[in-house]
Design a protein around this ligand. Structure first.
Ligand SMILES: Cc1cc2nc3c(=O)[nH]c(=O)nc-3n(C[C@H](O)[C@H](O)[C@H](O)COP(=O)(O)O)c2cc1C
Length: 224
């Protein structure tokens, strides 16, 4: 099994450590795991090159492409972010912005429909659930059918300060989610919402309401 982890920040705090616990429960010695950090990707400049022309021509493609390649190959995707102001980190959102061309409304990758993902977040008080919800929403629009969410209130600003009983709680949650993800990763299917959205987007492409680049892609895939 291939696992790809996208870290929404670089330091080894509570979210990184929760993700490490999850990854260790998830992996056997036959599995491979690739990990990426998104901190050094420059901001999306809104040039529309990926959407209108060619994603390979994105000015930041050299930094984005290895992550996307790994995500495309993965059986299980993990995306982690601490809660910053009731949501994901800015750098993670910036990464997701670079993936806009992969949304259902543009050029979704067919292979996403077989993947399972896990969104991880921690917070001092409130908002980790919101952060994982925001991550899950992005992955939904890429076409990932199942996103598990591991989020916890740690009442701390770093992992060393997190109380042992909270660490145990995270460990239990991580173990449970890892088991479910392993069990279900080859059995997932789009639900009614994703099926409907895909159908609607197909109609939109057929009617010429999308971009020519997207319409050509949908035709090449044999979807319209
Ligand atoms: C910029 C920033 C914004 C934050 N926003 C919130 C917040 O809205 N609510 C909250 O309860 N904690 C907030 N926190 C605290 C972190 O969510 C919390 O300490 C988290 O566990 C940090 O995870 P980490 O150790 O992986 O960085 C914020 C921290 C930072 C640095």
């Amino acid at each position: 099994m291939k696992i790809t982890v996208v870290h929404g920040q670089k330091h080894h705090g509570s979210t990184w450590n929760s993700t490490r616990l999850l990854r260790d429960f998830l992996m056997t010695e036959d599995d491979v795991c690739h990990e990426f950090f998104v901190n050094d990707i420059p901001h999306c400049v809104g040039c529309f090159t990926c959407i209108l022309k060619d994603e390979e021509k994105c000015p930041h493609r050299n930094l984005i492409q290895p992550i996307i390649h790994s995500l495309d190959e993965a059986d299980i995707i993990i995306v982690e972010t601490p809660n910053y102001c009731m949501g994901m980190t800015g750098q993670l959102k910036n990464f997701f912005d670079h993936m806009a061309y992969r949304w259902f409304s543009h050029r979704p990758l067919d292979g996403m429909k077989n993947k399972v993902a896990i969104a991880v977040s921690t917070t001092a008080g409130l908002g980790a659930s919101t952060a994982t919800k925001h991550v899950a929403k992005q992955l939904f629009w890429w076409g990932v059918p199942k996103v598990y969410r591991l989020h916890e209130v740690v009442a701390a600003s770093n992992w060393e300060e997190v109380k042992p009983e909270i660490k145990v709680k995270i460990e239990h949650k991580a173990e449970k989610i890892a088991k479910m993800a392993r069990k279900n990763h080859e059995r997932v299917h789009w639900g009614i919402r994703q099926k409907l959205i895909f159908k609607m987007m197909g109609r939109m492409q057929k009617a010429g309401l999308g971009t020519p680049k997207d319409a050509t892609y949908w035709k090449e895939q044999g979807w319209i």
